[in-house]
Ligand binder design. Structure first.
Ligand code: PMP
Length: 475
């Protein structure tokens, strides 16, 4: 099957069983899948339907790189992007009918899994009443109340359509309330693609090795000071040297792979920002409503001044928000003088999906998610020990780092063995396991997964690591 290969040194063959089951547990099963896949491809060709490979060729004519977001490209792991046809529960199905066990979860929103019946019904029922009004609705009030009840530091929210916009709004608000301009961010953190926040970003910027300068005005770049994550002196020095409006932090870094804060680090950030008169902004786009009911701020017991939210708050539809206490939030127009707006902000479909998702995330859901994550983390840690790797994790989030050294910051993440990660990635995909195609992202655990699927993933990982560990290669 040539469709997914882009001429990487070791060309990949993806295998499926004809009955659509995802996993290859042994070589004989892989051979069986190959056979079945050849049959499925022949049937598709006879039906005149474009394959993944043909679709990618068309896509490249109209979409740069064939994708609408760079993290979907898979060139960094030596593959072409996979086109998804559908998804259900814990699985995604690609254009060519292959099923994968999904650890991407749309990069975070799908915490309940795909096509959850209750969320689907909420979207259908909202759509039946109209898809956008450009006017206020009751459900937006309910969503604001739900978030305020969960997040200790949030009394009010302003919704946007993307995390990028929510982070932009937080930056503007922070600059307005402090009458200062400089932002501090951490190397390897990602707060969306706005001019002032892209410097030394993780996520796709790091994955593709892209310099964050082109297209960004020098003045914007100069207004952002970048410091290493988990480094106290660097933050203290930045706050001393500059008139800082805000320190932006992912409270658990998850865009350089998962890198939790060192013990006491968030407390330290809270203390020094307060002392310096700068705001502390937690970007909880990934951690919010995932690591705990009230996000990382609840888990660590630290109240930021402002919180950026996204992903789960839209339940798989485009929604995000900035939130905080009333005195700060009421600086936003129309109550205050800081302008911010959006045609589709608080869109009824997105609000319905988000609200339904949040209401399902009760204490039981969080203990199940944590237990699943623990099982995955513990299994990966055993394998990591055997293969000279390390694991970063938080509830609902895991990264297997191809480095024997623990990863505490972006420099450590950049020092991982990306070639080895790519080989592992391809070996996992062959076995029907859909992981983020980057060393700098988290595996997202969902409530649609179960212990059996975790164990299947660990079995596949054991095989994939054994097959790709250069130390175990026969000389
Ligand atoms: N902040 C964080 C922590 C993120 O992970 C992301 C996206 N992955 C964003 C902001 C930007 O969100 P969006 O892609 O919705 O613009």
């Amino acid at each position: 099957m040539a469709g997914l290969s882009r001429g990487a040194p070791d060309k990949v063959k993806i295998k499926v069983r004809g009955d659509g089951r995802p996993l290859a547990d042994s070589q004989s099963e892989i051979d069986h899948q190959e056979e079945q896949q050849a049959k499925a491809e022949a049937a598709r060709a006879a039906a005149g339907r474009a394959t993944n490979e043909e679709l990618f060729a068309r896509a490249r004519q109209v979409l740069p790189g064939g994708v609408n977001s760079p993290v979907r490209a898979m060139r960094q792991v030596g593959l072409d992007p996979v086109f998804i046809e559908s998804a259900e529960g814990a699985e995604v199905v690609d254009r060519d009918g292959r099923r994968y066990l999904d650890w991407v979860g749309s990069w975070g929103p799908m915490i309940l899994g795909h096509t959850d019946p209750e969320v689907q019904e909420a979207i259908r029922s909202a759509a039946a009443r109209g898809t956008s009004f450009g006017a206020a609705t009751e459900a937006e009030v309910e969503l604001g109340e739900e978030v305020a009840a969960r997040m200790p530091s949030v009394e009010m929210i302003r919704m946007t359509s993307s995390g990028t916009e929510a982070a932009m709004t937080a930056a503007r608000l922070a600059r307005a309330v402090t009458a200062r301009e400089v932002l501090v961010k951490f190397a390897g953190a990602y707060h969306g693609h706005s001019d002032g926040l892209l410097a030394e970003a993780g996520s796709g910027v790091a994955t593709h090795g892209i310099p964050s300068g082109p297209g960004i005005p020098a003045a914007q770049a100069a207004g952002t000071v970048v410091v290493p994550w988990n480094d106290r002196e660097a933050v203290a020095e930045a706050l001393e040297k500059h008139e800082v409006a805000a320190v932006f932090a992912e409270p658990i870094a998850a865009n350089m792979g998962v890198v939790p804060p060192d013990a006491g680090y968030l407390e330290f950030l809270r203390e020094v920002t307060a002392k310096a008169g700068a705001l502390l902004i937690f970007d909880e786009v990934i951690t919010g409503f995932r690591v705990a009911r009230g996000g990382a701020q609840e888990l660590y017991g630290i109240d930021p001044d402002l919180t950026v939210m996204g992903k789960i708050i839209g339940g798989g539809l485009p929604a995000a928000a900035v939130g905080g206490p009333r005195d700060l939030m009421e600086r936003l127009a129309p109550e205050g003088d800081v302008y911010q707006a959006g045609t589709l902000s608080g869109n009824p479909l997105a609000v319905a999906a988000g609200l339904t998702t949040l209401r399902r995330l009760d204490e039981d859901a969080y203990s199940r998610l944590a237990a699943l994550t623990d099982r995955l983390r513990a299994g990966l840690e055993d394998l990591a020990g055997e293969h000279g790797l390390t694991v970063g994790s938080a509830p609902g989030l895991v990264t297997l780092f191809f480095s024997a050294r623990p990863v505490r910051d972006f420099a450590d993440a950049m020092a991982t063995d990306r070639d080895r990660h790519a080989a592992f990635y391809r070996a996992m995909l062959e076995r029907g396991i859909w992981l983020p195609p980057s060393q700098f992202e988290a595996w997202f655990v969902s409530l649609a997964q179960d212990e059996i699927q975790v164990d299947r993933t660990l079995m596949a990982a054991a095989e994939a690591l054994a097959a790709t560990d250069p130390r175990k290669a026969i000389a």
